[in-house]
Every structure is written in structure tokens, then in C-alpha cells.
Design a protein around this ligand. Structure first.
Ligand code: SAM
Length: 271
């Protein structure tokens, strides 16, 4: 499983070049696409095409070849194979046949977008492409909306606006980063909340990864539960220690307890 560049031809490892030169056959998602990379690297090898639609049948051919003693490097059009790209089926079949699978690490748009995003990298969930069907897309977003981890999506430029609108509808106006054309000439990171970004990006062009900050709803709920278990005086003291003015404190208590702020105001007035 050999990773190839996601835009800049220099992003190929020495090991990937060595492996591509050494194997008997290169299995490529699109042979014409891979041929450009191989020509650049001056590598001349037999190519077999495989792609998502014929992955199952092609897996058998690849496996037969390996069982006969040939070695195969599998590449996708760009980046890491099997990540929103074909490759997964071949690996599963190969393992059933006791064939060794070796990853040759390299570029992956999701990881590179994440590390440059400035959004939490400690924990993240890779979603890849959202379904095209509107109902399924919204369902998927509902499924991930309460996750605390950073979310990573791939999206085609002509669907970007529609997807960002769906994200803001379901997840709210979260902080996001659009990582565009990573490693290429027009590389750019657009940071901000979704609604501001929607105003900025009118006619998206190029390749995009969307990084979205995780939900902090559960944290808020936990904090609220603790505060609401205090007496009103203790609740008041909590915000006082945080240097809030009386008016602000009353507003905050009312919000935490889902009460009318006049009710809270009256309570403290009578004290
Ligand atoms: N296997 C690839 C990888 O490792 O990143 C991803 C393949 S997937 C079919 C293609 C999607 O990846 C694009 O639609 C885009 O969302 C993202 N992508 C790939 N290259 C990119 C780049 N240079 N800049 C931004 N996004 C990129």
C-alpha cells in the first residue's frame, strides 16, 4: 500500500520510490494518472487498473498474481490508498490469503489539513465524503453532531457550499477550517466560523478538506448540572469569583437554570 503525493510531486518518500522500482506490477486506481507520476520518477512497470467498482473482481486477479510469486504495489490517484479511495477490499482479501500487507507511509490530505488547521488534534474522527443524498447527508451529520472530537470531511468543490450550509444547520455555527489545495500553488487555509466562511467563499475551486471543531455541548451540560446543584447563593459566588458584575451574574444564573432573570433578580433583591 504505497502513498503517493496529493499535489506536489516532491512529496513521495525514498522508500515509496524504491518499492515502486522493485515490485513486479503496480496496481493503480487510474493507470493514466499514475503513469504521469511514474514518468516523472522514470519508473517503467506494468500497470493493472483497479477502481472501486471493480475492486472485488480485480482483487482476485491481484491475489492470484501474488500467490504465483509476483509482488504488487497498490497506489491510488493521490495520497494514501484505502482512505476515501479503493484499496480496502484488496487488503481484506489478501489477509484471507495470508498475504503480507505493508504500508508505505506518505501524504494524506486529512492528516495534513488537520495538523495545519489550528483545531484540536488530540482526538479526531475522519468522516470522509458525506452522502450525496440530502436526507442521508443530514442523518450522517445528526449522527456526529454531539461528538467532542474534531471532525474531518472531504468534499468536492461544487458541493462545498451545500455541505457547509447543511453543517451549519445541524451542527450550528461552529469554528471550521477549509484546507484548500494542500501542497499545491494555491494552498490556503480559510479559518473562521461557518457563517462567516460562507460569506467569503462564493465560488469554491480546487480540492478541499473541511476541519470542524468538536461539540462542547456535553461539557456545558456537565458544568450546568454541577452549578444547578448548588444553592442560589453558591451559584452567585461561583460567578462572583470569576469577576462578573451583578447584572451579568443574574443573567448567567437564569440561563443555567432556565429561569426568568427577573425571578432570580427578585430573589437576590429580597436577600
Ligand atoms: N486518499 C486520499 C488521501 O489520502 O487524502 C484522498 C482521496 S479522496 C478521493 C479525494 C479528496 O481528498 C478530495 O475531494 C479532497 O477532499 C481531499 N484532497 C485530496 N488532495 C487534496 C489537496 N491537495 N488539498 C485539499 N484536499 C485534498
Amino acid at each position: 500500500m504505497v502513498a503517493t503525493p496529493i499535489g506536489n510531486l516532491e512529496d513521495i518518500t525514498l522508500r515509496a520510490i524504491k518499492v515502486l522500482k522493485k515490485v513486479d506490477v503496480i496496481a493503480a486506481e487510474d493507470t493514466r494518472h499514475t503513469l504521469k507520476l511514474l514518468n516523472h520518477l522514470e519508473i517503467n512497470k506494468p500497470l493493472i487498473s483497479y477502481y472501486k467498482q471493480n475492486e472485488k473482481t480485480k482483487s482476485n486477479i491481484l491475489i492470484e498474481k501474488i500467490l504465483k510469486g509476483e509482488s504488487i504495489a497498490l497506489v491510488s490517484d493521490a495520497g494514501t490508498p484505502a482512505i476515501s479511495d479503493p484499496g480496502e477490499e484488496v487488503v481484506k482479501e489478501a489477509i484471507k490469503n495470508n498475504i503480507d500487507i505493508v504500508p508505505i507511509p506518505g501524504a494524506c490530505a486529512a492528516i495534513n489539513a488537520l495538523i495545519a488547521s489550528g483545531i484540536d488534534t488530540k482526538q479526531f474522527v475522519f468522516i470522509g465524503f458525506l452522502p450525496v443524498n440530502k436526507k442521508e447527508k443530514l442523518e450522517k451529520l445528526e449522527e456526529v453532531k454531539n461528538l467532542k472530537q474534531t471532525l474531518i470531511f472531504y468534499e468536492a468543490p461544487h458541493k462545498l457550499i451545500n455541505t457547509l450550509e447543511a453543517v451549519s444547520e445541524i451542527l450550528g455555527n461552529r469554528k471550521i477550517v477549509l484546507a484548500r489545495e494542500i501542497t499545491k500553488i494555491h494552498e490556503e487555509y480559510i479559518r473562521g466560523n461557518i457563517l462567516d466562511i460562507l460569506k467569503k467563499v462564493e465560488n469554491p475551486k480546487g480540492e478541499f478538506v473541511i476541519i470542524i471543531e468538536g461539540s462542547n455541548k456535553n461539557e456545558k451540560n456537565e458544568k450546568q448540572i454541577i452549578l444547578n446543584n448548588l444553592t442560589l447563593e453558591e451559584h452567585y459566588e461561583y460567578y462572583k469569583k470569576l469577576n462578573y458584575e451583578k447584572k451579568e451574574i443574574i443573567k448567567k444564573i437564569a440561563k443555567d437554570r432556565e429561569k426568568n432573570k427577573n425571578e432570580i433578580y427578585q430573589y437576590f433583591l429580597n436577600k
